[in-house]
Design a protein around this ligand. Structure first.
Ligand code: ADP
Ligand code: ZN
Length: 602
Protein backbone atom coordinates (compact mmCIF):
# COMPACT_ATOMS: atom_id res chain seq x y z
CA UNK A 1 0.00 0.00 0.00
CA UNK A 2 1.40 3.38 -0.88
CA UNK A 3 2.01 5.67 2.05
CA UNK A 4 -0.35 8.52 2.81
CA UNK A 5 0.59 12.18 3.06
CA UNK A 6 0.62 13.82 6.50
CA UNK A 7 -2.66 15.57 5.81
CA UNK A 8 -4.31 12.34 4.70
CA UNK A 9 -3.14 10.66 7.87
CA UNK A 10 -4.48 13.55 9.93
CA UNK A 11 -7.90 13.27 8.28
CA UNK A 12 -8.26 9.53 7.81
CA UNK A 13 -6.46 8.04 10.77
CA UNK A 14 -7.11 10.66 13.44
CA UNK A 15 -10.27 12.13 11.99
CA UNK A 16 -9.02 15.70 12.57
CA UNK A 17 -9.69 18.48 10.11
CA UNK A 18 -6.53 20.58 10.27
CA UNK A 19 -3.19 20.87 11.97
CA UNK A 20 -2.98 23.07 15.00
CA UNK A 21 -0.20 25.54 15.75
CA UNK A 22 3.18 24.49 14.42
CA UNK A 23 2.31 20.81 13.90
CA UNK A 24 2.33 21.11 10.11
CA UNK A 25 5.71 22.87 10.06
CA UNK A 26 7.39 20.40 12.42
CA UNK A 27 6.03 17.45 10.45
CA UNK A 28 7.30 18.97 7.19
CA UNK A 29 10.77 19.33 8.65
CA UNK A 30 10.90 15.68 9.70
CA UNK A 31 9.42 14.52 6.39
CA UNK A 32 12.29 16.34 4.64
CA UNK A 33 14.75 14.33 6.70
CA UNK A 34 15.59 17.20 9.04
CA UNK A 35 15.91 17.30 12.80
CA UNK A 36 13.98 19.56 15.07
CA UNK A 37 13.31 20.77 18.57
CA UNK A 38 9.64 21.52 19.16
CA UNK A 39 8.58 23.62 22.13
CA UNK A 40 4.84 23.53 22.61
CA UNK A 41 2.69 23.90 25.67
CA UNK A 42 0.98 20.91 27.22
CA UNK A 43 -2.03 20.14 25.09
CA UNK A 44 -0.29 21.73 22.12
CA UNK A 45 -0.47 18.50 20.15
CA UNK A 46 3.13 17.32 20.35
CA UNK A 47 2.38 13.62 19.86
CA UNK A 48 1.11 14.06 16.32
CA UNK A 49 4.40 15.73 15.37
CA UNK A 50 6.15 12.36 15.46
CA UNK A 51 3.21 9.99 15.08
CA UNK A 52 2.21 11.33 11.69
CA UNK A 53 5.71 11.14 10.13
CA UNK A 54 5.95 7.67 11.67
CA UNK A 55 2.98 6.63 9.55
CA UNK A 56 4.10 8.43 6.40
CA UNK A 57 7.74 7.35 6.33
CA UNK A 58 9.08 3.84 5.78
CA UNK A 59 10.24 1.95 8.81
CA UNK A 60 9.68 2.16 12.54
CA UNK A 61 9.72 5.36 14.59
CA UNK A 62 11.45 4.97 17.94
CA UNK A 63 9.99 7.16 20.67
CA UNK A 64 11.94 7.69 23.87
CA UNK A 65 9.66 8.41 26.77
CA UNK A 66 10.52 8.66 30.47
CA UNK A 67 7.58 6.91 32.09
CA UNK A 68 6.10 3.49 31.60
CA UNK A 69 2.57 4.65 32.37
CA UNK A 70 2.90 7.31 29.71
CA UNK A 71 4.07 4.83 27.09
CA UNK A 72 1.30 2.44 27.88
CA UNK A 73 -1.40 5.08 27.56
CA UNK A 74 0.03 6.24 24.27
CA UNK A 75 0.31 2.74 22.88
CA UNK A 76 -3.23 1.83 23.80
CA UNK A 77 -4.49 5.10 22.26
CA UNK A 78 -2.58 4.31 19.06
CA UNK A 79 -3.94 0.78 18.92
CA UNK A 80 -7.41 2.28 19.11
CA UNK A 81 -6.60 4.25 16.01
CA UNK A 82 -5.58 1.05 14.22
CA UNK A 83 -1.88 1.93 14.38
CA UNK A 84 0.79 -0.72 14.89
CA UNK A 85 2.56 0.37 18.06
CA UNK A 86 4.28 -1.27 21.01
CA UNK A 87 6.29 -0.37 24.09
CA UNK A 88 9.34 -2.18 25.38
CA UNK A 89 9.69 -1.83 29.11
CA UNK A 90 10.53 -3.65 32.28
CA UNK A 91 6.89 -4.62 32.94
CA UNK A 92 6.78 -7.12 30.09
CA UNK A 93 7.16 -10.85 30.51
CA UNK A 94 10.02 -12.39 28.49
CA UNK A 95 7.46 -13.91 26.11
CA UNK A 96 5.76 -10.56 25.53
CA UNK A 97 9.10 -8.86 24.93
CA UNK A 98 10.13 -11.57 22.48
CA UNK A 99 6.95 -11.12 20.53
CA UNK A 100 7.57 -7.38 20.24
CA UNK A 101 11.13 -7.97 19.05
CA UNK A 102 9.90 -10.37 16.42
CA UNK A 103 7.32 -7.92 15.12
CA UNK A 104 9.92 -5.16 15.13
CA UNK A 105 12.47 -7.21 13.20
CA UNK A 106 9.78 -8.29 10.76
CA UNK A 107 9.08 -4.62 9.98
CA UNK A 108 5.66 -4.81 11.55
CA UNK A 109 5.77 -1.76 13.83
CA UNK A 110 5.08 1.85 12.93
CA UNK A 111 6.00 3.07 16.40
CA UNK A 112 8.11 1.61 19.17
CA UNK A 113 8.18 3.29 22.58
CA UNK A 114 11.23 2.71 24.76
CA UNK A 115 12.76 4.13 27.92
CA UNK A 116 16.09 5.98 27.79
CA UNK A 117 17.67 3.13 29.78
CA UNK A 118 16.59 0.69 27.13
CA UNK A 119 18.25 2.69 24.36
CA UNK A 120 21.54 2.43 26.17
CA UNK A 121 21.16 -1.18 27.25
CA UNK A 122 23.70 -3.58 25.86
CA UNK A 123 22.99 -4.66 22.31
CA UNK A 124 19.80 -2.66 21.85
CA UNK A 125 21.19 -0.19 19.33
CA UNK A 126 22.61 -3.12 17.44
CA UNK A 127 19.15 -4.63 17.26
CA UNK A 128 17.82 -1.33 16.01
CA UNK A 129 20.49 -1.18 13.33
CA UNK A 130 18.91 -4.31 11.85
CA UNK A 131 15.64 -2.56 11.16
CA UNK A 132 14.74 0.51 9.15
CA UNK A 133 14.28 3.41 11.56
CA UNK A 134 12.12 6.24 10.24
CA UNK A 135 12.86 8.72 13.02
CA UNK A 136 13.76 9.12 16.66
CA UNK A 137 11.52 11.18 18.89
CA UNK A 138 12.67 12.24 22.36
CA UNK A 139 9.58 13.10 24.36
CA UNK A 140 9.81 15.28 27.50
CA UNK A 141 13.22 16.32 26.20
CA UNK A 142 13.74 18.81 29.03
CA UNK A 143 14.69 15.78 31.15
CA UNK A 144 18.11 16.07 29.51
CA UNK A 145 18.73 19.45 31.13
CA UNK A 146 20.23 19.72 34.58
CA UNK A 147 18.98 23.26 34.71
CA UNK A 148 15.28 22.52 34.81
CA UNK A 149 13.10 20.53 37.16
CA UNK A 150 12.81 16.99 35.82
CA UNK A 151 16.44 16.10 35.20
CA UNK A 152 17.01 12.41 34.47
CA UNK A 153 20.61 11.22 34.31
CA UNK A 154 19.64 8.46 31.85
CA UNK A 155 18.69 11.13 29.34
CA UNK A 156 22.32 12.26 29.13
CA UNK A 157 23.19 9.08 27.31
CA UNK A 158 20.89 9.87 24.43
CA UNK A 159 23.79 11.62 22.72
CA UNK A 160 24.51 8.21 21.34
CA UNK A 161 21.50 8.42 19.00
CA UNK A 162 23.14 11.03 16.81
CA UNK A 163 26.42 9.14 16.80
CA UNK A 164 24.92 5.80 15.90
CA UNK A 165 22.25 7.01 13.49
CA UNK A 166 23.47 10.30 12.01
CA UNK A 167 21.11 10.08 9.04
CA UNK A 168 17.89 9.39 10.91
CA UNK A 169 15.69 12.43 11.64
CA UNK A 170 15.67 13.33 15.33
CA UNK A 171 12.82 15.21 16.95
CA UNK A 172 13.01 16.50 20.52
CA UNK A 173 9.80 17.70 22.18
CA UNK A 174 9.08 19.53 25.40
CA UNK A 175 6.62 21.85 27.09
CA UNK A 176 9.39 23.69 28.91
CA UNK A 177 10.21 26.93 27.24
CA UNK A 178 13.12 28.59 28.93
CA UNK A 179 16.24 29.40 26.96
CA UNK A 180 18.68 27.51 29.19
CA UNK A 181 16.77 24.26 28.87
CA UNK A 182 16.51 24.73 25.13
CA UNK A 183 20.27 25.20 24.80
CA UNK A 184 20.95 22.11 26.90
CA UNK A 185 18.67 19.96 24.77
CA UNK A 186 20.36 20.94 21.53
CA UNK A 187 23.80 20.46 23.04
CA UNK A 188 23.15 17.24 24.92
CA UNK A 189 21.35 15.56 22.05
CA UNK A 190 24.12 16.63 19.78
CA UNK A 191 21.81 18.29 17.28
CA UNK A 192 23.37 21.71 16.51
CA UNK A 193 21.57 22.02 13.19
CA UNK A 194 18.12 21.26 14.50
CA UNK A 195 15.36 23.58 13.41
CA UNK A 196 13.78 25.09 16.48
CA UNK A 197 10.01 25.52 16.59
CA UNK A 198 8.59 27.59 19.40
CA UNK A 199 4.84 27.95 19.59
CA UNK A 200 2.92 30.35 21.69
CA UNK A 201 2.57 29.03 25.20
CA UNK A 202 -0.84 30.55 25.61
CA UNK A 203 -3.54 28.15 26.74
CA UNK A 204 -6.65 30.05 25.69
CA UNK A 205 -9.07 27.54 27.18
CA UNK A 206 -7.69 27.88 30.73
CA UNK A 207 -9.19 30.54 33.00
CA UNK A 208 -6.73 31.75 35.65
CA UNK A 209 -7.58 33.09 39.08
CA UNK A 210 -5.93 33.70 42.43
CA UNK A 211 -7.19 34.73 45.84
CA UNK A 212 -5.90 35.15 49.30
CA UNK A 213 -6.67 32.27 51.68
CA UNK A 214 -9.48 32.81 54.10
CA UNK A 215 -10.96 29.58 55.47
CA UNK A 216 -9.19 27.52 52.86
CA UNK A 217 -11.30 24.37 53.08
CA UNK A 218 -14.45 26.35 52.53
CA UNK A 219 -12.86 28.16 49.60
CA UNK A 220 -11.79 24.89 48.03
CA UNK A 221 -15.19 23.37 48.52
CA UNK A 222 -17.19 26.25 47.14
CA UNK A 223 -14.90 26.53 44.14
CA UNK A 224 -15.51 22.90 43.29
CA UNK A 225 -19.21 23.04 44.14
CA UNK A 226 -19.95 26.08 42.01
CA UNK A 227 -17.71 25.36 39.07
CA UNK A 228 -16.83 21.70 38.81
CA UNK A 229 -19.16 19.52 40.86
CA UNK A 230 -18.69 16.41 38.75
CA UNK A 231 -15.39 17.00 36.98
CA UNK A 232 -11.90 15.56 37.24
CA UNK A 233 -9.33 17.85 38.78
CA UNK A 234 -6.08 18.15 40.68
CA UNK A 235 -5.59 19.89 44.02
CA UNK A 236 -1.92 20.63 44.58
CA UNK A 237 -0.45 21.23 48.02
CA UNK A 238 2.99 21.32 49.59
CA UNK A 239 2.98 18.51 52.09
CA UNK A 240 1.92 14.89 52.17
CA UNK A 241 -0.17 15.65 55.20
CA UNK A 242 -2.10 18.39 53.49
CA UNK A 243 -2.71 16.18 50.46
CA UNK A 244 -4.27 13.61 52.80
CA UNK A 245 -6.23 16.24 54.69
CA UNK A 246 -7.83 17.69 51.57
CA UNK A 247 -8.55 14.23 50.15
CA UNK A 248 -10.30 13.24 53.38
CA UNK A 249 -12.18 16.51 53.56
CA UNK A 250 -13.47 16.30 49.99
CA UNK A 251 -14.37 12.65 50.45
CA UNK A 252 -16.41 13.56 53.53
CA UNK A 253 -18.22 16.09 51.41
CA UNK A 254 -19.20 13.40 48.96
CA UNK A 255 -16.57 13.82 46.27
CA UNK A 256 -14.42 11.09 44.79
CA UNK A 257 -11.11 12.33 46.10
CA UNK A 258 -7.80 10.48 46.31
CA UNK A 259 -4.34 11.37 47.59
CA UNK A 260 -1.03 11.10 45.79
CA UNK A 261 2.39 11.86 47.27
CA UNK A 262 5.84 10.36 47.63
CA UNK A 263 5.00 9.01 51.10
CA UNK A 264 2.49 6.52 49.74
CA UNK A 265 3.35 3.00 48.80
CA UNK A 266 4.34 2.71 45.13
CA UNK A 267 1.48 0.26 44.60
CA UNK A 268 -1.12 2.66 46.04
CA UNK A 269 0.27 5.51 43.99
CA UNK A 270 0.03 3.44 40.85
CA UNK A 271 -3.50 2.42 41.71
CA UNK A 272 -4.63 5.96 42.47
CA UNK A 273 -3.15 7.29 39.28
CA UNK A 274 -4.82 4.50 37.36
CA UNK A 275 -8.22 5.34 38.86
CA UNK A 276 -7.68 9.02 38.08
CA UNK A 277 -6.86 8.18 34.46
CA UNK A 278 -9.61 5.67 33.86
CA UNK A 279 -12.52 7.04 35.83
CA UNK A 280 -14.45 10.25 35.46
CA UNK A 281 -14.97 12.84 38.17
CA UNK A 282 -11.98 11.98 40.37
CA UNK A 283 -10.24 14.72 42.35
CA UNK A 284 -6.57 14.05 43.03
CA UNK A 285 -5.12 15.83 46.05
CA UNK A 286 -1.42 15.68 45.43
CA UNK A 287 2.04 17.04 46.00
CA UNK A 288 4.08 17.89 42.96
CA UNK A 289 5.18 14.25 42.87
CA UNK A 290 2.03 13.87 40.76
CA UNK A 291 3.16 15.26 37.50
CA UNK A 292 4.69 14.25 34.26
CA UNK A 293 2.87 10.97 33.81
CA UNK A 294 -0.55 12.54 33.52
CA UNK A 295 -1.81 12.64 30.00
CA UNK A 296 -5.45 12.74 30.93
CA UNK A 297 -6.99 15.22 28.52
CA UNK A 298 -10.15 16.06 30.47
CA UNK A 299 -8.72 17.44 33.72
CA UNK A 300 -11.10 20.35 34.20
CA UNK A 301 -9.38 22.18 37.05
CA UNK A 302 -6.05 22.52 38.81
CA UNK A 303 -6.20 24.22 42.19
CA UNK A 304 -3.12 25.22 44.20
CA UNK A 305 -3.75 25.31 47.92
CA UNK A 306 -0.12 26.30 48.53
CA UNK A 307 2.31 28.36 46.55
CA UNK A 308 4.11 26.41 43.84
CA UNK A 309 7.91 26.49 43.61
CA UNK A 310 8.11 29.08 40.86
CA UNK A 311 6.00 30.73 38.20
CA UNK A 312 7.40 28.25 35.71
CA UNK A 313 6.43 25.30 37.88
CA UNK A 314 2.99 26.87 38.26
CA UNK A 315 2.55 27.08 34.53
CA UNK A 316 3.62 23.46 34.08
CA UNK A 317 1.28 22.27 36.79
CA UNK A 318 -1.72 24.27 35.67
CA UNK A 319 -0.99 23.19 32.11
CA UNK A 320 -2.30 19.76 33.05
CA UNK A 321 -5.80 21.19 32.91
CA UNK A 322 -7.76 21.19 29.67
CA UNK A 323 -5.41 19.36 27.33
CA UNK A 324 -8.44 18.60 25.20
CA UNK A 325 -8.96 22.27 24.47
CA UNK A 326 -12.27 22.52 26.35
CA UNK A 327 -12.69 25.16 29.08
CA UNK A 328 -10.73 24.53 32.27
CA UNK A 329 -9.80 26.43 35.44
CA UNK A 330 -6.50 27.14 37.16
CA UNK A 331 -6.90 28.67 40.59
CA UNK A 332 -4.47 29.54 43.34
CA UNK A 333 -5.19 30.24 46.99
CA UNK A 334 -2.25 31.89 48.68
CA UNK A 335 -1.73 32.45 52.35
CA UNK A 336 -0.23 35.50 53.96
CA UNK A 337 1.46 33.37 56.56
CA UNK A 338 2.78 30.92 53.97
CA UNK A 339 4.47 33.69 52.08
CA UNK A 340 5.99 35.10 55.26
CA UNK A 341 7.18 31.62 56.12
CA UNK A 342 8.78 30.96 52.74
CA UNK A 343 10.53 34.29 53.03
CA UNK A 344 11.88 33.35 56.45
CA UNK A 345 13.06 29.98 55.20
CA UNK A 346 15.17 31.68 52.59
CA UNK A 347 16.69 34.10 55.09
CA UNK A 348 17.61 31.55 57.72
CA UNK A 349 18.82 28.86 55.32
CA UNK A 350 22.52 28.10 54.95
CA UNK A 351 22.38 28.33 51.18
CA UNK A 352 25.00 30.45 49.43
CA UNK A 353 24.00 34.06 48.88
CA UNK A 354 23.72 33.63 45.10
CA UNK A 355 21.08 30.96 45.57
CA UNK A 356 19.24 33.05 48.13
CA UNK A 357 19.05 35.86 45.60
CA UNK A 358 17.54 33.47 43.08
CA UNK A 359 15.05 32.09 45.61
CA UNK A 360 14.02 35.58 46.67
CA UNK A 361 13.49 36.50 43.06
CA UNK A 362 11.33 33.42 42.42
CA UNK A 363 9.20 34.15 45.45
CA UNK A 364 8.87 37.78 44.46
CA UNK A 365 7.58 36.85 41.02
CA UNK A 366 5.10 34.43 42.53
CA UNK A 367 3.74 36.89 45.04
CA UNK A 368 3.55 39.53 42.33
CA UNK A 369 1.48 37.12 40.27
CA UNK A 370 -0.77 36.20 43.18
CA UNK A 371 -1.40 39.81 44.15
CA UNK A 372 -1.61 41.37 40.76
CA UNK A 373 -4.66 43.26 39.59
CA UNK A 374 -3.50 42.90 35.96
CA UNK A 375 -4.35 40.27 33.40
CA UNK A 376 -2.92 37.02 34.74
CA UNK A 377 -2.36 35.52 31.33
CA UNK A 378 -0.30 38.54 30.35
CA UNK A 379 1.86 38.07 33.45
CA UNK A 380 2.32 34.34 32.91
CA UNK A 381 3.19 34.65 29.25
CA UNK A 382 5.43 37.60 30.05
CA UNK A 383 7.44 35.22 32.15
CA UNK A 384 8.13 33.22 28.99
CA UNK A 385 9.07 36.44 27.19
CA UNK A 386 5.82 36.37 25.25
CA UNK A 387 4.07 39.65 24.71
CA UNK A 388 0.36 39.21 25.27
CA UNK A 389 -2.15 41.92 24.63
CA UNK A 390 -4.60 42.08 27.53
CA UNK A 391 -7.44 41.76 28.33
CA UNK A 392 -7.74 38.01 27.86
CA UNK A 393 -11.30 37.81 29.18
CA UNK A 394 -10.44 34.52 30.77
CA UNK A 395 -8.80 35.40 34.05
CA UNK A 396 -10.39 36.70 37.24
CA UNK A 397 -8.85 40.13 36.83
CA UNK A 398 -10.12 40.57 33.28
CA UNK A 399 -13.56 39.08 33.99
CA UNK A 400 -14.19 41.12 37.13
CA UNK A 401 -11.58 43.86 37.24
CA UNK A 402 -10.59 44.22 40.87
CA UNK A 403 -11.14 47.59 42.39
CA UNK A 404 -7.90 49.12 43.50
CA UNK A 405 -7.49 52.27 45.53
CA UNK A 406 -4.76 54.52 46.74
CA UNK A 407 -4.18 52.87 50.07
CA UNK A 408 -1.18 54.95 51.08
CA UNK A 409 -2.93 56.59 54.03
CA UNK A 410 -4.38 53.33 55.32
CA UNK A 411 -1.08 51.54 54.99
CA UNK A 412 0.65 54.41 56.78
CA UNK A 413 -1.85 54.16 59.62
CA UNK A 414 -1.29 50.43 59.85
CA UNK A 415 2.51 50.63 59.72
CA UNK A 416 2.60 53.44 62.17
CA UNK A 417 0.51 51.43 64.59
CA UNK A 418 2.86 48.45 64.20
CA UNK A 419 5.78 50.78 64.92
CA UNK A 420 4.20 52.18 68.03
CA UNK A 421 3.38 48.87 69.68
CA UNK A 422 6.69 47.22 68.87
CA UNK A 423 9.08 47.29 71.81
CA UNK A 424 12.51 45.82 72.30
CA UNK A 425 11.27 42.55 73.59
CA UNK A 426 7.74 42.33 72.27
CA UNK A 427 5.62 42.69 69.20
CA UNK A 428 1.96 42.06 68.41
CA UNK A 429 -0.04 40.20 65.82
CA UNK A 430 -2.28 41.59 63.11
CA UNK A 431 -5.50 41.20 65.07
CA UNK A 432 -4.28 43.36 67.92
CA UNK A 433 -3.08 46.08 65.53
CA UNK A 434 -6.49 46.05 63.84
CA UNK A 435 -8.28 46.20 67.20
CA UNK A 436 -6.27 49.31 68.10
CA UNK A 437 -6.99 50.97 64.76
CA UNK A 438 -10.69 50.25 65.21
CA UNK A 439 -10.61 51.64 68.76
CA UNK A 440 -11.82 48.44 70.41
CA UNK A 441 -11.70 47.81 74.11
CA UNK A 442 -10.11 44.40 74.37
CA UNK A 443 -8.39 42.95 77.41
CA UNK A 444 -5.08 43.15 75.65
CA UNK A 445 -5.54 46.80 74.80
CA UNK A 446 -6.36 47.57 78.41
CA UNK A 447 -3.48 45.53 79.70
CA UNK A 448 -0.88 47.31 77.57
CA UNK A 449 -2.64 50.66 77.83
CA UNK A 450 -2.77 50.80 74.01
CA UNK A 451 -5.86 52.97 74.22
CA UNK A 452 -3.49 55.82 74.87
CA UNK A 453 -1.66 55.43 71.57
CA UNK A 454 -2.05 58.15 68.95
CA UNK A 455 -3.15 55.48 66.50
CA UNK A 456 -5.98 54.26 68.72
CA UNK A 457 -9.26 54.48 66.85
CA UNK A 458 -7.84 56.23 63.77
CA UNK A 459 -9.09 53.45 61.48
CA UNK A 460 -12.78 53.58 62.27
CA UNK A 461 -13.61 54.75 58.75
CA UNK A 462 -12.89 51.24 57.44
CA UNK A 463 -14.27 47.84 58.38
CA UNK A 464 -12.40 44.97 59.91
CA UNK A 465 -12.24 43.08 56.60
CA UNK A 466 -10.70 46.08 54.91
CA UNK A 467 -7.99 46.24 57.57
CA UNK A 468 -7.38 42.54 57.34
CA UNK A 469 -6.77 43.00 53.63
CA UNK A 470 -4.36 45.87 54.33
CA UNK A 471 -2.55 43.77 56.90
CA UNK A 472 -2.30 40.74 54.61
CA UNK A 473 -1.02 42.78 51.73
CA UNK A 474 1.51 44.56 53.96
CA UNK A 475 2.96 41.15 54.80
CA UNK A 476 2.84 39.82 51.27
CA UNK A 477 4.51 42.91 49.83
CA UNK A 478 7.18 42.76 52.52
CA UNK A 479 6.44 46.03 54.34
CA UNK A 480 6.15 44.11 57.57
CA UNK A 481 7.76 40.89 58.63
CA UNK A 482 5.83 38.15 60.40
CA UNK A 483 7.46 36.15 63.17
CA UNK A 484 6.69 32.50 62.51
CA UNK A 485 6.30 31.33 66.05
CA UNK A 486 3.95 33.99 67.35
CA UNK A 487 2.67 35.59 64.12
CA UNK A 488 3.76 38.97 65.43
CA UNK A 489 4.51 41.82 63.06
CA UNK A 490 7.49 44.15 62.86
CA UNK A 491 8.40 46.78 60.29
CA UNK A 492 10.98 46.10 57.60
CA UNK A 493 13.26 48.62 55.92
CA UNK A 494 10.80 48.77 53.06
CA UNK A 495 8.20 50.34 55.36
CA UNK A 496 10.05 53.60 55.87
CA UNK A 497 9.66 55.19 52.44
CA UNK A 498 5.91 54.55 52.76
CA UNK A 499 5.74 55.97 56.28
CA UNK A 500 7.66 59.04 55.17
CA UNK A 501 5.26 59.58 52.31
CA UNK A 502 7.89 58.93 49.63
CA UNK A 503 6.06 55.96 48.14
CA UNK A 504 2.46 55.43 47.17
CA UNK A 505 0.75 52.10 47.79
CA UNK A 506 -2.01 50.83 45.53
CA UNK A 507 -4.04 47.97 46.96
CA UNK A 508 -6.94 45.83 45.83
CA UNK A 509 -10.14 46.53 47.61
CA UNK A 510 -11.30 43.75 49.84
CA UNK A 511 -13.32 41.25 47.83
CA UNK A 512 -14.16 37.59 47.93
CA UNK A 513 -13.52 36.41 44.43
CA UNK A 514 -13.31 32.98 42.85
CA UNK A 515 -16.57 31.47 43.90
CA UNK A 516 -18.92 33.56 41.85
CA UNK A 517 -20.20 32.06 38.66
CA UNK A 518 -18.67 34.00 35.85
CA UNK A 519 -19.71 34.48 32.32
CA UNK A 520 -16.88 33.42 30.19
CA UNK A 521 -15.67 33.16 26.70
CA UNK A 522 -16.65 30.09 24.78
CA UNK A 523 -13.86 27.63 24.06
CA UNK A 524 -11.97 28.33 20.89
CA UNK A 525 -13.83 25.68 18.90
CA UNK A 526 -17.15 27.24 18.01
CA UNK A 527 -20.02 24.90 17.45
CA UNK A 528 -23.75 24.76 18.00
CA UNK A 529 -24.82 24.18 21.56
CA UNK A 530 -24.61 20.53 22.43
CA UNK A 531 -27.75 18.71 23.54
CA UNK A 532 -26.70 18.10 27.14
CA UNK A 533 -28.96 15.16 27.79
CA UNK A 534 -27.64 13.47 24.66
CA UNK A 535 -24.10 14.34 25.70
CA UNK A 536 -24.66 12.61 29.04
CA UNK A 537 -26.05 9.55 27.29
CA UNK A 538 -23.03 9.40 25.00
CA UNK A 539 -20.73 9.74 27.98
CA UNK A 540 -22.45 6.84 29.63
CA UNK A 541 -22.10 4.71 26.53
CA UNK A 542 -18.43 5.67 26.34
CA UNK A 543 -17.95 4.68 29.98
CA UNK A 544 -19.42 1.25 29.34
CA UNK A 545 -17.24 0.68 26.28
CA UNK A 546 -14.13 1.88 28.10
CA UNK A 547 -14.78 -0.38 31.07
CA UNK A 548 -15.37 -3.32 28.77
CA UNK A 549 -11.95 -2.82 27.16
CA UNK A 550 -10.23 -1.61 30.33
CA UNK A 551 -9.07 1.63 28.77
CA UNK A 552 -9.53 5.27 29.80
CA UNK A 553 -12.79 6.71 28.38
CA UNK A 554 -10.91 9.40 26.42
CA UNK A 555 -9.29 6.70 24.30
CA UNK A 556 -12.73 5.74 23.03
CA UNK A 557 -13.55 9.37 22.15
CA UNK A 558 -12.57 12.69 23.71
CA UNK A 559 -15.14 14.93 25.40
CA UNK A 560 -14.72 17.28 22.49
CA UNK A 561 -15.71 14.58 20.01
CA UNK A 562 -18.75 13.63 22.11
CA UNK A 563 -19.76 17.27 22.25
CA UNK A 564 -19.63 17.54 18.50
CA UNK A 565 -21.79 14.43 18.26
CA UNK A 566 -24.28 15.91 20.71
CA UNK A 567 -24.35 19.15 18.74
CA UNK A 568 -24.49 17.89 15.15
CA UNK A 569 -26.35 14.63 15.79
CA UNK A 570 -24.97 12.61 12.88
CA UNK A 571 -27.50 10.07 11.53
CA UNK A 572 -25.44 8.10 9.03
CA UNK A 573 -21.94 6.63 9.01
CA UNK A 574 -20.93 9.33 6.49
CA UNK A 575 -22.05 12.10 8.85
CA UNK A 576 -20.45 10.29 11.74
CA UNK A 577 -17.09 10.19 9.92
CA UNK A 578 -17.20 13.98 9.65
CA UNK A 579 -17.08 14.47 13.39
CA UNK A 580 -13.64 15.64 14.55
CA UNK A 581 -11.83 12.77 16.24
CA UNK A 582 -13.53 10.00 14.24
CA UNK A 583 -10.93 8.30 12.06
CA UNK A 584 -11.35 5.20 9.91
CA UNK A 585 -10.68 2.71 12.69
CA UNK A 586 -13.06 4.24 15.20
CA UNK A 587 -15.67 4.70 12.51
CA UNK A 588 -15.68 0.99 11.99
CA UNK A 589 -15.45 0.11 15.64
CA UNK A 590 -17.89 2.56 17.17
CA UNK A 591 -20.15 4.15 14.55
CA UNK A 592 -22.89 1.56 14.92
CA UNK A 593 -23.36 1.80 18.70
CA UNK A 594 -23.06 5.55 18.85
CA UNK A 595 -25.41 6.09 15.92
CA UNK A 596 -27.95 3.81 17.59
CA UNK A 597 -27.74 5.90 20.75
CA UNK A 598 -28.11 9.16 18.81
CA UNK A 599 -30.99 7.86 16.70
CA UNK A 600 -32.96 6.44 19.62
CA UNK A 601 -32.46 9.68 21.55
CA UNK A 602 -34.51 11.32 18.79
P1 ADP B 1 0.78 17.39 24.18
O1 ADP B 1 1.53 16.09 24.11
O2 ADP B 1 1.46 18.50 23.46
O3 ADP B 1 0.37 17.75 25.56
P2 ADP B 1 -1.23 15.91 22.80
O4 ADP B 1 -0.39 15.40 21.69
O5 ADP B 1 -1.54 14.98 23.91
O6 ADP B 1 -0.57 17.22 23.39
O7 ADP B 1 -2.56 16.54 22.19
C1 ADP B 1 -3.50 17.16 23.01
C2 ADP B 1 -4.91 16.85 22.51
O8 ADP B 1 -5.18 17.53 21.29
C3 ADP B 1 -5.12 15.38 22.25
O9 ADP B 1 -6.40 15.03 22.71
C4 ADP B 1 -4.99 15.27 20.74
O10 ADP B 1 -5.68 14.18 20.23
C5 ADP B 1 -5.59 16.60 20.28
N1 ADP B 1 -5.06 17.05 18.99
C6 ADP B 1 -3.77 17.05 18.60
N2 ADP B 1 -3.65 17.53 17.35
C7 ADP B 1 -4.89 17.86 16.93
C8 ADP B 1 -5.44 18.42 15.71
N3 ADP B 1 -4.65 18.74 14.70
N4 ADP B 1 -6.77 18.62 15.65
C9 ADP B 1 -7.56 18.30 16.69
N5 ADP B 1 -7.13 17.77 17.85
C10 ADP B 1 -5.80 17.56 17.99
ZN1 ZN C 1 -6.72 38.29 31.68
Amino acid sequence: MSKMTPRQVLNKVYGYRSFIGLQGAVIDCIMRGGSALALMPTGGGKSLCYQIPALCLDGTAVVISPLISLMQDQVSALKHLGIKAAALNSMLTPAQAREIYETLLGGGLDLLYVSPEKICAEGFLQTLSRVKISLFAVDEAHCISEWGHDFRPEYMQLKILRQSFPEVPLLALTATADAMTRKDIVKNLNMPHAEIFISSFDRPNITYAAAIKDKEKQQLLSFIETKHPSDSGIVYCLSRKRAETFADFLSEKGYNALAYHAGLDAEIRRKNQDIFTKKEGIIMCATNAFGMGIHKPDVRFVIHMDLPKSVEAYYQETGRAGRDGLPADAAMFYGVKDIAQLRNFIEVSNAPEAQKILERQKLKLLTAYAQSADCRRKMLLGYFAEDYRAPCNACDNCLTPPQTYDATVNVQKFLSCVFRVTGQSYAFGAQHIIDILLGKETEKIKKFNHGALSTYGIGKDCGENEWRAVSGQAVVTGLVKMDMEHSTLTLTEAAWPVLKGLERVELRKFAKPLTRKEKRKQPSAQMPAADTSLFEKLRKLRRILAERDNIPPYIVFSDKTLMEMAAFKPRTPEDFANISGVGAFKLQKYAKVFLEEINTAG
